[in-house]
Design a protein. Sequence first.
Length: 217
Amino acid sequence: MARNKHPEETVHLILDVAFRLFMEKGYEHTSIQDIINHLGGLSKGAIYHHFKSKEDILVAVIERMTAESNQMLAVIRDRTDLSGQEKLKTIFKQSIQRPVQNDIFTVAPDFHNNPRLMFGLLQDTIEEAAPDYILPIIEQGIADGSIQTEYPKQLAELILLVANVWMNPMMFDSSVEESYDKFMVFGQMLQGFGLDIIDDEMLERLQELAAIYQKSK
């Protein structure tokens, strides 16, 4: 039986194989046994030594895929040549335009059958993404006059909850048409806060991602 003396190499191998299978077969149609069959002789114990479940593997795959995205968000947050509103628009545009989003929407699971993943997304949104990336930008926007709100923390959470959960076709199995309608309402909501940051290019890209998800089901 092939064994890997370096745990980090074993983890990388598992994630590489899982990612390829998720892309080829879809998350829901890939089993732990499928992953084992492509590990070159590594045992089931090798997987469960590092991951408790297939969901844990998916979380690790997505975290690895989005690590670069988080770095991009931090770079935009820390720029000194943009207003708060301009930073929000730049973050939204660059986040959805990145090619890795195609992969994320392709391997996406059915969140209805994965409550642990759904809770993890909600927790990450409220405890990390909103305070670390969006709140500082909104606070800058208040200071420079490009954003008007008396509730920056709540607005940061609202924007990301709507974008990551309500608008997310993976959450409610939204069709491309339903997703478009939600995107339009999202844009109107932001305009109510003086944030005109959704444009036609973003809408087209969001529809494209929704179509990728529907096709991968």
